[in-house]
Design a binder for this molecule. Structure first.
Ligand SMILES: [Zn+2]
Length: 255
């Protein structure tokens, strides 16, 4: 794998060991715009790597240094995630730069293949558990939507990068649930079932407060979960399929 070095001035020293991987989309009109911004000292942002649509990889910050990609964020009750993570920016216009028909711009196959190669190398070099491979939206659900509900997390998991519960993408399973009696939960709901949902989200890693109230933070965490695991149903509402999938991911993460 060939990696082009185009250093960024935006980094400092890590305060903790590397045990996390954070994936982003650039969310700008072009990859060049994102690259220029990450190399501009005024912008105060960076990532360790950026991957162009055609699969070319750029390294901006050395893995031993602390790049500035996560911002205010939290996962598994820890903050300062820049200190313990490697950040990869994937060139994609995302929600701000949709296609003319309004759809999110797809990630080309060559780009995802390069990402998988890069991630495999990173996972060989550093001890990063599957539960600590996340999207930016997972760690900053109220602020961020990247890498988006069009990002192929299932394809990465099939390549050994991140966890994926078998049943999450099984339509037969989804249909069976449709006939089941589990009722969903919605923003505004209160009670112990909401508390149980918040506890599972928090144990997976999301910054969901245990209030027994389906508040805006809970809604943002459910939305982030759906962007990753229930991608055709990004509603912020915990319908029965979403609840089932949260239970599956929770048992993968907490076992
Ligand atoms: Zn991001």
């Amino acid at each position: 794998m060939k990696i082009e070095a185009l250093p960024s001035p935006n980094f400092n020293d890590r305060m903790s060991p590397i045990d996390m991987l954070v994936l982003h989309y650039t969310g700008m009109q072009t990859g060049q715009d994102a690259l220029d911004r990450m190399r501009d000292a005024e912008a105060q942002v960076s990532a360790h790597y950026m991957i162009w649509e055609d699969g070319r990889i750029v390294q901006l910050v050395g893995e031993d240094k602390r790049a500035w990609h996560a911002g205010v964020s939290s996962w598994q009750r820890a903050e300062d995630l820049n200190s313990c993570s490697i950040g990869i920016e994937i060139v994609n216009g995302g929600h701000d730069w949709p296609l003319p028909d309004g759809a999110l711009p797809p990630f080309p196959a060559a780009q995802i293949e390069a990402l998988i190669d890069l991630c495999r190398g990173i996972l060989d070099r550093w001890k990063i558990p599957p539960s600590r491979i996340v999207g930016h939206s997972d760690i900053a659900p109220a602020r961020k939507a990247d890498p988006g509900e069009h990002f192929p997390w299932d394809q990465l998991a099939a390549a050994g990068i991140g966890a994926w519960p078998e049943a999450a993408s099984d339509p037969a399973n989804s249909q069976a649930e449709g006939r089941s009696t589990i009722s969903g939960l919605s923003p505004g709901d209160r009670g112990k079932r909401v508390g149980d949902l918040q506890e599972m989200l928090a144990e997976i890693g999301y910054a969901a407060a245990l209030s027994n109230h389906y508040d805006e933070v809970t809604e943002a965490c459910v939305t982030a979960f759906q962007r990753r695991w229930v991608q055709d149903q990004v509603t912020g509402r915990a319908d029965s399929h979403t609840l089932k999938t949260i239970t599956l991911v929770h048992s993968l993460y907490v076992s």
